[in-house]
Design a protein around this ligand. Structure first.
Ligand code: HEM
Length: 204
């Protein structure tokens, strides 16, 4: 998961020089007309994508709690920026209203699960914080699963590109969220070891 997340961020980095030749070809003119929004989206989302996996590594609490908090603040800023611009870009997405609704719903849930994770940790509810972060990162990871599904549907299954794209606008995140929910419900092995009360040092 960590490797795929880093690969995704590297793939997205091709947008940094803002050279239209490197853009998603079907959407080149849309991205040229909305360069600030698409680059803002990619920058925020890439920060979240790179930092996210490291936040789940075991053994950082309480030894590296300061680092965990700072990376968490950066991660959530990335989610906020990435989801706000993602929501804007959703209405311009390739494939029309079906794609737009899929991406817009994803953007709203991405922001909401991040906001809930912050709220819970501020209240000292560490288990709930982790559960919301598992859901949130499952949605961040939609950028990876989108590209895997797109190859499988359009290249392997031979579905025409536009219909494959409309399908993956939903398929990229719905299964991820269901798996995250199953993980949360299943009580992951070290779940019982998490404290019930206020986190040492309090706050985020
Ligand atoms: C999880 C919430 C996300 C939402 C709602 C979202 C939404 C969108 C939308 C609507 C577009 C425009 C698609 C189109 O023109 O048809 C887009 C493009 C893009 N997004 Fe995201 N995105 C999300 C996460 C991410 C993440 C985590 C990355 C990782 C770096 C990312 C990287 C990109 C890239 C590189 C593009 C340009 C299209 C391409 O070349 O593939 N997105 N995103």
């Amino acid at each position: 998961m960590t490797l795929l997340a880093i690969l995704m961020a590297l793939l997205a980095a091709r947008y940094i020089p803002a050279n239209p030749d490197d853009y998603f070809p079907e959407q080149r003119t849309v991205y040229e007309d909305n360069t600030f929004a698409i680059l803002g989206h990619i920058f925020g989302a890439s920060v979240a994508m790179i930092l996210g996996p490291f936040q789940f590594l075991p053994g950082q609490r309480p030894r590296l709690i300061g680092l965990h908090r700072w990376m968490g603040r950066l991660y959530i800023t990335g989610v906020a920026v990435g989801s706000a611009f993602g929501f804007y870009m959703a209405w311009l997405a390739y494939g029309g209203i079906i794609s737009s609704l899929g991406f817009a719903t994803l953007a709203v849930l991405w922001f909401y699960t991040g906001a809930m994770a912050v709220r819970e940790v501020r209240r000292g509810r560490i288990r709930a914080h982790r559960d919301w972060m598992i859901r949130n990162f499952a949605l961040t990871f939609a950028a990876v699963t989108l590209r895997i599904w797109l190859i499988m549907l359009s290249e392997v299954a031979g579905i025409d590109f536009i219909n494959a794209y409309r399908t993956v606008a939903w398929l990229c995140w719905v299964p991820n969220l269901l798996i995250a929910q199953a993980m949360v419900r299943q009580q992951l092995p070290d779940r019982r070891t998490l404290p019930h009360g206020i986190f040492p040092g309090g706050g985020v």
